[in-house]
Design a protein around this ligand. Structure first.
Ligand SMILES: *Cc1c(COP(=O)(O)O)cnc(C)c1O
Length: 467
């Protein structure tokens, strides 16, 4: 250490001195004393270590910045401009106000979660939504669990533990992350009996495989890929008939599933739970937060006797929904009772059905602000693009959309584009786009809060630069 460094070090104020300022008192009021003391100590230690001088004001400023950084919630709101509407990593379906209100109320106070006010006795938590689910699907009974993966585990374990579950080779899906059908089946305690080939499976393949060891016949919606060319699959009604004749339950995992026909809104057809049940499935399983547009949940609907068996499995307790999500789910299902207004009230559907002219109009409104904010950093223009539904729904059907295309100026390397994307992600409300052909594309389909978007760009344009 040089003499100069030693002198600077002794010039640093003591912890107490920093804490006795008015500015620090404000930090204590905001964050509490222990965190502020810790931040001051850490900052002084850092300065001492590098032998740097610092004024009292700059020390406090550093502490304030560090506290803000460290206490910011880890899970934060983002702008999903990826073009994937139901983005699993960004939390899938945004919830309608009705569901948000119901969830808040359930969080704040005790509720009738498992309580029957008429008798004063214990009630059943699934009853809050089972009525809506049976009404909307035509099923005899329904139950809910944590997510669709959980619904499948519960169904497989209840109905086929220690026995075989027959699945077509063409349906052995991986959804991403750790959801791979063969692994899920192994954990549920059932033996996978693959039939047919990758591209073609016939009714005889199923019929030949059914024997004394068979517990279940399972059909899985191939939700994130499509097989084209020389293909054959057995229509659900045929499979249902075969299973019924042999006295074996037939289950369809619909994946996304849906409670209404999306074609009404000009969207591609996705099998509905009601259709699958009408075609003979004994049970269907599907997600609450995919096309249904609700909170994360796994929904099971179908024959009452089977639903009862699932409900009695101890795993049901491990997979059950909490009161907050049940309240939100109930509110979402209630919206389905009025399909005419669903597209305005259910955000997931509203975003999926948003006409491209409206998205273009939004782009034209936003373009000048974006050009101003990115002046000297990137050139912004509007381009046509395609959005995806996401979450494994209708993987091959794309929706026409409009994106802001941001091309970094005076940089031609891929690094510049990465750096621009990073700068947008570093904003207080991270802006998440996608990189395509040397540009950052911000698909505007899912941008409804234009005010928050433009205000942020205006306020932080100096923070957007290429590093
Ligand atoms: C998405 C999906 C699942 C898993 O559903 P989660 O709600 O994410 O647990 C299971 N099966 C299929 C066919 C799916 O598309």
């Amino acid at each position: 250490m040089t003499g100069e460094q030693r002198q600077r070090r002794s010039a640093l104020p003591a912890v107490d001195r920093v804490l006795r300022t008015e500015e620090t008192a404000a930090l204590v009021a905001a964050y509490g004393r222990p965190l502020v003391v810790e931040a001051v100590r850490a900052e002084l230690a850092r300065l001492r270590k590098c032998g740097a001088a610092a004024s009292l004001a700059s020390i406090i400023e550093e502490c304030a910045a560090a506290l803000e950084r460290d206490l910011r919630p880890s899970q934060r709101r983002v702008f999903n401009l990826t073009g994937t509407v139901l983005h699993t990593n960004l939390g899938r379906a945004p919830l309608p106000e009705e569901a948000i209100g119901a969830a808040i109320e359930a969080m704040r106070d005790p509720t009738t979660l498992e309580y029957d006010t008429a008798t004063g006795r214990r009630g059943e938590r699934d009853n809050h939504v089972a009525g809506w689910l049976t009404r909307l699907t035509g099923a005899e009974a329904a139950l809910t669990v944590n997510n669709n993966a959980g619904a499948l585990v519960l169904a497989l374990n209840t109905l086929a533990e220690g026995r075989e579950t027959i699945v077509s080779r063409g349906e052995l899906i991986e959804i991403g992350g750790s959801f791979r059908l063969p692994d899920i089946m192994a954990r549920a305690g059932t033996r996978l009996r693959e039939v047919g080939t990758t591209n073609r499976t016939h009714l005889a393949d199923y019929a030949d495989a059914i024997g004394p060891q068979t517990g279940l016949v399972l059909k899985v919606h191939t939700s994130n890929y499509a097989v084209h060319g020389f293909t054959a699959a057995v229509p659900a009604p045929k499979l249902a008939e075969l299973a019924a004749n042999r006295g074996i339950p037939f289950i369809e995992d619909l994946g996304s599933g849906s409670l209404v026909d999306f074609e009404v809104w000009g969207l591609p057809h996705e099998p509905t739970a009601a259709e699958a049940l009408a075609q003979g499935a004994d049970l269907v399983t599907f997600s609450g937060d995919k096309l249904l547009g609700g909170p994360q949940a796994g929904l099971v609907a179908g024959r009452s006797e089977l639903v009862k068996r699932l409900a009695r499995n101890p795993l049901k307790r491990a997979l059950r929904l909490d009161k907050i999500r049940l309240a939100a789910l109930e509110a979402v299902l209630r919206l389905y009772a009025d399909p005419g207004r669903l597209v305005e009230r259910l955000p997931a559907l509203r975003l999926l059905a948003r006409p491209v002219e409206r998205i273009r109009a939004a782009g034209e409104r936003l373009l000048p602000t974006v050009q101003r904010a990115l002046h000297g950093v990137a050139e912004a223009s509007l381009v046509e693009t395609k959005s995806q539904i996401g979450s494994g729904a209708l993987p091959v059907s794309l929706l026409p959309s409009i994106a802001l295309a941001l091309r970094p100026r005076s940089h031609t390397s891929g690094m510049a584009v990465e750096s621009l994307a990073r700068a947008l992600r570093a904003l207080p409300i991270p802006v998440i786009g996608r990189i395509e052909a040397g540009r950052v594309l911000l698909d505007l389909r899912c941008l409804e809060d234009e005010t928050a978007f433009t205000e942020q760009l205006g306020a932080y344009s100096d923070k957007i630069h290429l590093s």
